[in-house]
Write a protein that binds this ligand. Sequence first.
Ligand code: NAP
Length: 237
Amino acid sequence: MSERRTVVITGASRGIGLAAARAFADLGDRVYGLSRSQGPAIDGVTYISVDLSDGAQIEAAFDRIDEETGRIDVVVANAGITKDQLTVRMSDDDFRMVIETNLVATFQVMRRSLKKMMRQRSGRIVCVSSIGAYIGLPGQANYAASKAGVIGMARAMAREVASRGVTVNVVAPGLIDTDMTSVLGEEKVEAMAAQIPAGRLGTADEVAGSIVFLASETAAYITGAILAVDGGMGMGL
Ligand SMILES: NC(=O)c1ccc[n+]([C@@H]2O[C@H](COP(=O)([O-])OP(=O)(O)OC[C@H]3O[C@@H](n4cnc5c(N)ncnc54)[C@H](OP(=O)(O)O)[C@@H]3O)[C@@H](O)[C@H]2O)c1
């Protein structure tokens, strides 16, 4: 890998993606954040406005990054949404929208990344799934399906590219203190936190640390793995 890596992070405008962007920038990497809105100004981080529901915008962003740096060393497929509703009340649109953003766009990001990484014969992809893929929280049939899909997809890809020096791994966060969880309301979050062995929510920085590790040289022999960052919530997953 080059000394200053090119790192692409989807959903870097806030939350876990933003924490990851800061962490890679702190290491001196050249970071590109892909999301609809911009995050805060950080040295070494360039935001590109991308709506991931549009595959053409994903391709255009990667083309630009490729032109500017000539490399794609690390890709963090992090962007995701929730549209929670009990199954009997969940609309087709809300099911499809979550699958489109969390799974289909992640596929498109990974496919584009792998084309470049296989030619380079090096690369690291880290996908952000969720403990929800395993434990299936009520109201999250769409989200759990999308996040379980990410795991299966990442493992299939990991097998395809392992011999080319490319690794594909998954981070599975538990309950993390970001905008995504703040919409649940204090009471629900407190009740959920009481079920977590660590007794608290995780921080975006704690998830970012695991992402940085899986993207590092040290992790060269780890592929197809799932690293839970969940305070013990899914113990033994
Ligand atoms: N927080 C948790 O407890 C938790 C637990 C397990 C897994 N996760 C997963 O971790 C990842 C990050 O979550 P978070 O908590 O950091 O969420 P967040 O604070 O809500 O941030 C979500 C990010 O995704 C981007 N995004 C969403 N839809 C997009 C679209 N159509 N096009 C481009 N960007 C889009 C958002 O950017 P814009 O809105 O600017 O486009 C934002 O940067 C997600 O995949 C989530 O499922 C989170």
